[in-house]
Design a protein around this ligand. Structure first.
Ligand SMILES: *Cc1c(COP(=O)(O)O)cnc(C)c1O
Length: 372
């Protein structure tokens, strides 16, 4: 996966290098925190080494007991589940919507039990889940909502940004995501009760942040935690990416629209394209196709590969994956998830030059036409 480089990545990286502060919680980290807070109107943000780490911090802040439950879509990446399973929590998998492939919000409440401590929706392909409905259930039932916003940095839902839509949120700045420093992430917090404790968790369970703020002259071990901080060298690269976010997004939108136009008329033959529901602005994280039949999807993949363009199949649903089945996954009947997993493809999606866009569209359209 090619990480797009714009103007300032090397400049900021050199600056960070010359400053000599290469650990976490340095000056570039501070600039990224301010950027995330102000741009996305998030209560507090902390850079982490990955979205996975941000989710692990969120799971610590949820403060559940072993055996407590969390609700998530089965159609997601392993980290959405692992972070909470590490705390001894039990995943409760919910089916997804046909259109956005996000958790089906209408199925959430019936899966709430006395043990439910968290709901963890993801924003698939950069389109936020139905957060108003999910937050309403959570508020009534006293449950914490954690957005896995790995794919939705800079997406909005009814005028509010992903990361600011729930109690807690997690961003990814991995190389496969829209804005990247190679490996990186951020924990977003929108309730003040998390602010101080999160800094302790972030710095190995110490109150070092109070020493940095001049509130204490010696730091102590005060909590659990881990080393969740991102190196300031990577934060320097990230800052450049964040500052160029609009330009990166414009170029992603161009590819998204080009794919949309290429495949539009194949909808008559049963091909399904992604939709962006009203009230939502996508960051154009990804573009997918859903074929009527599994054989068509598989043949499409073969044909595309023969011509050296490689789309990829999406997630293997967690409830039917090797580890998921050891956690009770076999008891689930998630018909939309199972069908989508067999019929969806994600098209190549990175910052392409105009010629590459034309080529990818022409080749992939031709392959789709031949299998439909
Ligand atoms: C990419 C991704 C993650 C993991 O992100 P990392 O930064 O690589 O840890 C988690 N959840 C979802 C939905 C993702 O797409």
């Amino acid at each position: 996966m090619k990480v797009p480089m714009f103007r300032d990545e090397k400049k900021y990286l050199n600056e960070a290098f010359d400053l000599g502060y290469h650990a976490g919680a340095g000056p570039f980290t501070g600039k990224c925190h301010t950027f995330l807070r102000e741009r996305f109107r998030i209560g507090k943000a902390l850079l982490t080494t990955s979205c996975t780490d941000a989710l692990e911090m969120a799971a610590l802040l949820v403060d559940a007991k072993p055996g407590d439950e969390f609700i998530l879509p089965s159609y997601t990446f392993s980290s959405t589940a692992t972070a909470f399973v590490l705390r001894g929590m039990k995943p409760v998998f919910v089916d997804i919507r046909e259109d956005t492939l996000n958790i089906d919000e209408k199925l959430v409440e019936r899966n709430v039990t006395k043990k439910t401590r968290a709901i963890v929706p993801i924003h698939y392909a950069g389109v936020p889940a139905e957060m108003d409905v999910i937050n309403d259930i959570a508020r009534r039932r006293g449950i914490t909502v954690v957005e896995d916003a790995a794919q939705a940095v800079n997406s909005t839902y009814h005028g509010r940004y992903a990361g600011a839509l729930a109690d807690l949120g997690a961003f990814s700045f991995h190389a496969t995501k829209a804005y990247s420093c190679g490996e990186g992430g951020a924990l977003c917090m929108n309730r003040e009760e998390y602010f101080q404790r999160s800094e302790f968790l972030w710095e190995k369970g110490t109150d070092r942040s109070l020493v940095i703020k001049g509130l204490k002259n010696k730091y102590h071990w005060v909590d659990v935690g881990s080393s969740f901080l991102l190196s300031d060298l990577l934060a320097a690269i990230l800052l450049a990416q964040l500052e160029n976010m609009d330009e990166i997004q414009k170029r992603r939108e161009k590819l998204y629209r080009a794919y949309g136009e290429s495949f539009m008329d194949l909808e008559e033959k049963g091909l399904r394209l992604p939709v962006i529901p009203p009230g939502i602005e996508s960051n154009f994280h990804a573009f997918f196709l859903v074929f009527p039949k599994e054989e068509q999807r598989d043949r499409f993949l073969d044909l595309a590969l023969e011509r050296s363009v490689s789309p990829y199949i999406g997630y293997i649903p967690l409830h039917s994956s090797p580890f998921g089945t050891t956690l009770g996954g076999r008891e689930y009947n998630l018909s939309v998830t199972d069908r989508i997993a067999k019929t969806v493809v994600r098209l190549p999606f990175y910052l392409m030059e105009d010629g590459e866009i034309e080529y990818a569209c022409a080749v992939l359209r031709d392959c789709a036409e031949r299998v439909l």
